[in-house]
Design a protein around this ligand. Structure first.
Ligand SMILES: [Zn+2]
Length: 276
């Protein structure tokens, strides 16, 4: 019993958690991701279940790995992360701390807010979700990710937004300062899984699939340089910044997603060992 209590404390207080052949890295806050490694053999199957979603472990070189995103909507508290391995289910307690994000109050002219109610908006989200759902076993990313514009962050990740006094959800990416027409670089290598020139809300949009459930998204572009299905290299110019869609001026909205769930892009700039 005492041993269990100590283990319980260890899970809560530790940034990285080790249990036998299982290693869990990453901050336990909404908008973060757990980077999980587990020893095993390639012919075996293993998966995790978290918050009603399944995350299959993928065999990378000599170890099973997966990323489990922690949605921005998670309330602080206790959650169960279940490992399903060799017909056995093992539960781990994950304590999610309070989100450290601020609230932002914006006022936008009616010409901009009207775009939220535009009849094609649902289709925009559907196409974006479809691209995020593309899953490849292969890992295309190489090393840490980079910011796609070499400029300052103007709006950070995770802000809870009120637009003209009405709650408008979370800011699910990072806004980077950019002049109109400034180059946008691929944050890492991958395959272009969405190229849209005519989105009313998101503006000209690109999504890159980096493999193993990880995607990056680039919004409000003025011009797109790459083709759908094209393999791009980290640091390659893929587009030019703009102010298409709902934008108060030229900037780049950059988002990172794990199996369709937004996570803080900053995490990907310094990946844990074994995930680079
Ligand atoms: Zn943004």
């Amino acid at each position: 019993m005492k041993k269990f209590f100590l283990l319980f404390l260890f899970i809560i207080l530790s940034f990285n958690f080790c249990f036998g052949d299982l290693e869990i890295k990453g901050k336990k806050i909404p908008g973060s991701a757990l980077f999980i490694s587990k020893e095993g053999r390639e012919e075996e199957e293993a998966k995790f279940e978290f918050n009603h979603k399944i995350y299959n472990l993928i065999f990378n070189k000599n170890i099973f790995q997966t990323l489990v995103p922690l949605p921005l909507e998670l309330k602080p508290g206790k959650y169960t992360l279940s490992l399903i391995y060799q017909d056995k289910k093992t539960n781990y307690l994950i304590l999610i701390a309070k989100a450290p994000y601020m609230t932002q109050y914006l006022s936008l002219p009616k010409t901009q807010t009207a775009k939220y109610d535009y009849p094609g908006v649902e289709k925009e989200y559907r196409l974006i979700d479809k691209a995020f759902a593309e899953f490849s076993i292969e890992r295309f990313w190489e090393g840490n990710f980079i910011f796609p514009c070499k400029r300052n962050i103007t709006t950070s990740f995770g802000l809870r937004r009120f637009i003209n006094g009405e709650e408008a959800g979370f800011h699910r990416g990072i806004d980077l300062a950019a002049d109109y027409g400034e180059p946008v670089y691929a944050s890492n290598s991958g395959i272009v899984s969405l190229k849209e020139e005519n989105f009313t809300l998101h503006g000209k949009t690109l999504i890159i699939n980096h493999g193993q459930g990880v995607s990056s998204i680039y919004l409000h572009l003025s011009k797109i340089k790459v083709k759908l299905g094209q393999m791009v290299k980290k640091g390659e110019i893929i587009a030019y910044a703009g102010a298409t869609g709902v934008a108060t001026g030229p900037h780049l909205h950059f988002g990172m997603y794990v199996q369709g769930i937004a996570v803080n892009p900053n995490i990907f700039l310094k990946l844990p060992d074994g995930f680079k």
